[in-house]
Design a protein around this ligand. Structure first.
Ligand code: APR
Length: 320
């Protein structure tokens, strides 16, 4: 059986980490694409030289030619620029929107059957634009944010309760960023919901509120600590989990930015919700009952995403 092919568009910090993970897990052959000359080939060669030591068989190729992504089963997109000091949100949006146009055109021409996972920020707007530019079916284009946001929530909860991260499940909805909606009522320690744990005296509402706040600002906390760049280990690990669910038809239930067609009262928008990812991509959007408070917070998050889409439409008339 032929190996799977994973194409990574953007070979920067997350792209390089994705390549390392995908190759060392033998998920398939890996193509690293970037506009930076030489860099993707350098990373591919470096990783290929780790293979004999670690014992993995994956072909790695660095390229600046979209033809090399032909036949990719999975494409993970991190191409773009991060927000730098002095750059407005609209500046960032304008630059990364153009990147999504180039990437979408490349995918449309060379790998229209791929399952595409977008990581580039601002996530919910970029994944929507990438879908529009690529023309792929909505179920084959998804945004990675929820797995990362819920992983951050789980890490903080495991610390708070002093239990294994494996026994913590967390539920996060909404857009990626300050407006994301962690939902403690659907977050558990070994199946016990957080509100019950508060009643049991394991923690306090104040501590949970602080954890929710820290989760919302999780990306910014790392940016401030690194001083240069943003998180890459956890984002890459999260996207790999989504890719594996697709390639192995695992049907994992994961929070992801998915295209909504009326669920949660939202139409034709990408926003973070629980979905099932299997061999057909996003196979189901799971619609749960929300408390008035959670629905209210979700609506605020959706409005923030809508505003970004309007800005995208203003910047590129083909999206209007
Ligand atoms: N086509 C392909 N690659 C591009 C393009 C383009 N049009 N424009 C920029 N790139 C490449 C850059 O050359 C760089 O190597 O995208 C890469 C981005 O890598 P980093 O700057 O290291 O960023 P990274 O930390 O990997 O994050 C990527 O994910 O979390 C988001 O906000 C983050 O949008 C950012 C993205």
């Amino acid at each position: 059986m032929a190996r799977n092919k994973i194409a990574l568009i953007g070979a920067g910090m997350i792209g390089g980490t994705l390549a390392h993970l995908a190759a060392s897990k033998e998920m398939g052959d890996v193509v690293l694409f970037d506009i930076a000359e030489g860099m993707p080939a350098g990373k591919a060669l470096d990783l290929a030289q780790a293979a004999p030591v670690d014992g993995f068989d994956s072909n790695l190729k660095g390229t600046g030619d979209y033809a090399d992504i032909a036949g990719a089963d999975v494409i993970i997109v991190t191409a773009g620029v991060p927000r730098k000091p002095g750059m407005s949100r609209d500046d960032l949006l304008g630059i990364n929107l153009k990147v999504m146009k180039a990437v979408g055109d490349g995918i449309k021409e060379h790998a229209p059957d791929a399952f595409v996972i977008c990581i580039t920020n601002p996530l919910d707007a970029m994944v929507w634009a990438l879908r529009e530019f690529s023309g792929l079916p909505h179920n084959k284009v998804v945004g990675m944010a929820g797995v990362l946001d819920s992983a951050r929530f789980r890490h903080f909860l495991a610390e708070e309760f002093n239990v294994s991260v494996e026994d913590v499940t967390a539920f996060v909805l909404g857009g990626h960023g300050d407006t994301m909606v962690p939902v403690p009522a659907y977050s558990t320690i070994a199946g016990i919901p957080i509100p019950d744990l508060i009643k049991m005296g394991w923690t306090t509402q104040e501590n949970i509120d602080a954890i929710v706040k820290r989760t919302r600002g999780g990306g910014g906390e790392i940016v401030a600590l690194l001083g240069n760049g943003s998180a890459y280990y956890a984002p890459a690990t999260s996207a790999i989990m989504m890719a594996e669910s697709y390639l192995k038809d695992k049907r994992r239930v994961l929070p992801a930015a998915a295209h909504l067609t009326g669920q949660y009262g939202v139409d034709d928008l990408y926003v973070g919700v629980p979905v099932i990812i299997g061999k057909d991509g996003v196979e189901k959007v799971i619609e749960i009952e929300l408390s008035d408070e959670a629905q209210g917070n979700f609506n605020v998050s959706v409005d923030a995403v809508k505003e970004l889409l309007e800005a995208c439409k203003g910047l590129d008339s083909s999206l209007a």
